[in-house]
Every structure is written in C-alpha cells, then in structure tokens.
Ligand binder design. Structure first.
Ligand code: HEC
Length: 123
C-alpha cells in the first residue's frame, strides 16, 4: 500500500519536473526567435517610429519592406489596408509623414530604372 503511494508521488514529482522544464524552455523561446523587430531595425529617418507602429499592429514589417513602391502607390496601399483590413484611417500630417518615409526608403526596385541591377540568370 505504502509502496504504491510512493510510486504515485514519484510520478507526480516527475510530472511537475517536466512542467517546470517545459516552462523554462518556453521562457527562453524569444531568445531564439530571429523576427524580433524594432523601429531601430528600419532605416533611420523622420517617420520611422510612426510607420513602424502603424504597420506592425497586424503584420511584421518584412511584409512592407518587401515592397518597393512610389509615393502614390504607397498611398493606395494605405487606403487598401484601411478599406480591406480595417487599418485606422490615417490622415493629415501623420499620413504625409508615413508616406514620405515609405517612399524614401522603399521606392520601386532598381530593375525598373535604366542601368539597374540585372539578374544574370534571367536572360
Ligand atoms: C489592421 C491590420 C493592418 C494594418 C494596421 C496594416 N496592414 Fe498591411 N496587411 C494586412 C493584412 C491582413 C495583410 C495580408 C492579407 C492581404 O494581403 O490581403 C496585409 C498585407 C500587406 C502588404 C502585402 C501585400 C502583398 O501584396 O503581399 C503590404 C505591402 C502591406 N500590408 C502594407 C501595410 C502598410 C505600409 C501598413 C502601415 C501603414 C500596413 N500594411 C498596416 C493588415 C494590416
């Protein structure tokens, strides 16, 4: 009788230990995640924080940085985010600031320009 009880409490101890190990692993997890984005990971300039926080409320900034657009196209993108995804309707000075930032740091890619980088494999 006492033997059975003993092994049962040993089992509980093992379960608790496992739980603690799992907890410790979880607490450390963020250290292994490479996608910890901060405004500082974006090019420096006026509007950086505003743009970062406006856009990362829903998705990471990589999605934005992967695009290269003109100011007018960025404007359309913001409108699209508002109409389709319920992004806050940013207007006035804030919108200007964000559009300036995006247009300056994420313009259309080089291939559109003469003498831009060419993919040597895409003949
Ligand atoms: C309220 C949520 C929300 C906010 C805020 C938001 N987006 Fe998005 N965005 C989405 C969703 C959802 C998707 C992916 C689904 C889709 O492509 O329709 C997306 C996708 C995108 C894409 C990828 C489009 C593609 O062709 O793959 C771009 C670029 C983008 N967003 C730009 C922005 C910019 C710039 C901002 C900040 C000014 C912003 N988003 C803020 C919801 C949001």
């Amino acid at each position: 009788m006492s033997g059975r009880r003993g092994s049962r409490s040993a089992l509980w101890l093992a379960l608790i230990a496992c739980g603690m190990l799992a907890g410790a692993a979880q607490a450390q997890a963020p250290a292994f995640m490479p996608s910890q984005e901060t405004p500082e990971s974006l090019p420096e300039g006026p509007g950086r924080e505003e743009t970062f926080y406006a856009c990362t409320a829903c998705h990471n900034f990589k999605l934005v940085a992967a695009q290269g657009q003109t100011r007018a196209q960025w404007n359309d993108t913001l409108t699209w985010m508002t109409e389709r995804h319920n992004m806050a309707d940013i207007q006035g000075a804030d919108r200007e600031l964000i559009l300036d930032y995006l247009a300056q740091h994420y313009p259309p890619r080089a291939p559109a320009r003469a003498g831009g980088w060419r993919n040597p494999f895409a003949q």
